[in-house]
Design a protein around this ligand. Structure first.
Ligand code: APR
Length: 231
């Protein structure tokens, strides 16, 4: 008998305490950059230079950031659960905290991919994090940020749904639940599977969701205690 399966869906809020801006909070990324200019397929076609610069800036910010207590709490839960992290975040803080299973829905900041072959992906070298529209991969192809732009499909949503279907516990942390298909994951839990939602300003959710209206580091500590009593 393996460990119970705990699936987590995380958003920008889990990285807020690492000093990384969220998107829609006051002062968030979308207040300074029109999202359609820097994070959509149309914007990328119109002005690839601006888009590369936007992600270069976010990579630089990521270098200064460290995983926080919430990321680490998810790793600690691996003692009692098989923990699968599904994240909308493009940072690598879950990986750096030591989570064993991380599935990125919206891409990965530290990776670039071929403009023509979406399966050809390279991890950026820590000393060469800046890209431009002229950046080429080792195979000579022009490269782009390995980010899922608005107006593009989310290739990892199917495996993400499969994980949620297997969950014995489902946790949503640090997301405004505004962007689909990620926001719809909780509907795939099996009947009777407990759903927890940790967010200091939680979006409206169904009556069966156990809401912990606290920031991620505190909410994850409270959740760990709740789960201790269940295991
Ligand atoms: N701890 C937990 N949650 C927090 C914290 C914190 N310390 N600070 C803020 N939050 C919450 C906010 O209350 C909000 O609900 O994090 C959430 C951030 O919401 P968004 O900025 O909309 O981020 P997210 O939900 O991840 O956005 C989804 O939208 O722009 C696209 O592709 C981008 O992946 C992103 C997607």
């Amino acid at each position: 008998m393996g460990k119970p399966v705990l699936v987590v869906s995380s958003g920008a809020g889990i990285s807020a305490e690492s000093g990384i801006s969220t998107f829609r909070d006051a002062g968030g990324l979308w207040e300074n950059y029109p999202v359609m200019d820097v994070a959509s397929a149309t914007g990328f076609r119109r002005n690839p230079e601006l888009v590369h610069r936007f992600y270069n800036e976010r990579r630089k910010a990521l270098l200064e950031a460290q995983p926080n207590a919430a990321h680490r709490a998810l790793v600690d839960l691996e003692r009692d659960f098989d923990v699968y992290v599904i994240t909308q975040n493009v940072d690598d803080l879950h990986e750096r905290a030591g989570s064993s299973h991380v599935l990125h829905l919206h891409g990965e900041l530290m990776k670039i991919r071929s403009v023509t072959d979406p399966d050809y992906v390279e991890t950026l070298d820590i000393d060469h994090l800046e890209t431009t529209p002229a950046t080429r991969g080792r195979n000579g192809q022009l490269m782009r940020p390995h980010i899922v732009f608005f107006e593009e499909p989310v290739p990892n949503i199917e495996p993400a749904i499969e994980l949620v279907r297997r969950a014995d516990v489902f946790v949503v942390v640090g997301t405004s639940l505004v962007v689909y298909p990620a926001a719809g994951l909780m509907q795939f839990v099996r009947p009777g599977v407990p759903v927890y939602y940790i967010d200091p300003h939680p979006a409206a959710v169904g009556p069966d969701v156990y809401v912990i209206a606290r920031k991620a580091s505190e909410g994850m500590a409270e959740l760990a205690e709740l789960l201790e009593r269940r295991v």
